[in-house]
Design a protein around this ligand. Sequence first.
Ligand code: HEC
Ligand code: HEC
Ligand code: HEC
Ligand code: HEC
Ligand code: HEC
Length: 221
Amino acid sequence: MKFLNNRLLSVILGVAVLLAMSVFLTSFMVNMRLPDNHQGFEPVQPIAYSHLLHAGELGISCLHCHTGAEKGRTAGIPSTNVCMNCHKHVTAPILSVRAEDEQAAKENRPPRRIFSPELRKLYATTGLDDELKPDSSRTASGVAWVRVHSLPSFVYFNHSAHVNAGVLCQTCHGNVETMERVRQVSSLSMGSCVNCHRDPGLTASTGRKVTASTDCVVCHH
Ligand code: HEC
Ligand code: HEC
Ligand code: HEC
Ligand code: HEC
Ligand code: HEC
């Protein structure tokens, strides 16, 4: 009897200690962020591509360029083909094209085609010269965009699960359509994920409340 009681006591004590430890660990982990936290990171990109202009003023939809966000883990960065669909034709800001047209009319000559220096950098990465003609000394290398957001490799994340559940890009990335240059707005800490998973506050088209798991294995496997 005494032996049983002792065993029971140690089991209860053991469970209590484990519980306390996990509560402590979870609150500790929810509040802290690994030292490589990149909140506020705003790297200079090889081409001064502006979301404010393209997604804001021109109103191009996020998914037009980041097609993966609806379909899979990663949102993806568009290839230069997506840019060239427009920039084969748009070779400089519209205002400078108009100014050249007016100048040419005044001087009674055909307008010259103008090319913006920033777009010439784009053309160079597609193997074209400054005036959109093939250049054999250049290869179609693509643009070496600098990655802004990245989670540690031990965290699993999936874009499509969120996008299809109705979580907006802006919830996690801030108002990208107002940014000249992309900046990491969220801390992307474990807390920033788990706080929403506890109560996403979303309703599915069926009228059912959307739920998300807080099991460790959902994000760590
Ligand atoms: C015309 C194409 C285009 C559109 C439209 C566009 N993006 Fe992008 N996006 C890019 C390119 C190119 C990059 C890589 C260069 C950079 O970081 O600016 C990028 C980068 C990003 C990044 C940073 C990726 C990283 O490295 O972590 C985020 C976040 C992002 N876009 C979100 C959005 C959102 C949200 C919208 C809609 C409001 C949007 N984008 C619309 C082309 C586009
Ligand atoms: C739907 C058409 C469209 C797409 C797609 C598009 N752009 Fe543009 N982009 C424009 C227009 C229009 C302008 C000129 C706006 C103005 O008049 O200032 C522009 C302007 C720019 C400029 C500024 C040029 C300057 O000197 O001011 C850069 C750089 C640029 N785009 C890069 C890109 C890159 C890189 C991509 C692909 C990720 C891309 N664009 C995709 C339409 C597009
Ligand atoms: C629930 C939060 C969340 C939402 C919603 C979200 N993202 Fe992300 N996004 C992230 C995280 C976290 C990363 C870093 C992922 C990694 O490193 O594995 C990321 C990375 C990216 C990247 C760069 C890497 C990649 O996946 O290609 C782009 C581009 C991007 N997001 C665009 C978007 C766009 C566009 C939308 C809306 C259609 C969107 N994101 C919605 C959290 C989110
Ligand atoms: C604003 C709310 C919100 C934020 C922030 C958020 N999530 Fe989610 N997450 C959800 C919702 C809602 C679902 C459930 C989608 C469903 O089941 O339809 C989900 C599902 C998931 C899933 C399951 C995906 C699958 O394949 O079933 C993973 C993994 C995940 N989130 C990881 C993360 C990580 C990592 C972060 C932080 C970087 C994060 N989430 C931030 C709302 C959020
Ligand atoms: C919704 C997604 C999500 C869930 C659920 C989740 N984590 Fe995390 N976890 C993360 C993210 C994101 C990070 C990376 C944080 C960073 O980079 O600062 C992380 C980081 C960690 C770390 C590294 C240390 C730290 O604080 O950054 C540990 C350990 C950890 N998680 C354990 C757990 C345990 C144990 C559970 C279950 C109680 C859990 N996680 C549940 C998303 C999640």
